[in-house]
Design a protein around this ligand. Structure first.
Ligand code: ZN
Ligand code: ZN
Length: 84
């Protein structure tokens, strides 16, 4: 598993560095507390996801959601502009 980044986690044994990655679907940062921790993986966009997103068959990358939002927003701005 290829990890993008690490987080510093302070616990009773001092500060430990744990690998983490960003869910490709909801953009949540998932910290790997254990090596055998369950994580999701989307076979459609070939990215790691959090467990919640991994349980879903839908592939909705976060960027796509933003894209759709911006398109809707732009369309509304045009409409408002047309109404004067
Ligand atoms: Zn997710
Ligand atoms: Zn996906």
């Amino acid at each position: 598993m290829k990890m993008k980044s690490f987080v510093q986690d302070s616990g009773p044994n001092g500060t430990v560095t744990k690998p983490c990655f960003t869910c490709a679907h909801c953009s949540r940062v998932v910290v790997m507390h254990r090596a055998d921790q369950d994580v999701g993986f989307c076979m459609k966009c070939m990215h790691h996801t959090c467990v919640e997103c991994g349980g879903s068959e839908r592939c909705v990358p976060f960027e796509k959601k933003i894209d759709e939002y911006e398109k809707r927003h732009a369309a509304r701005q045009r409409l408002i502009g047309a109404l004067g």
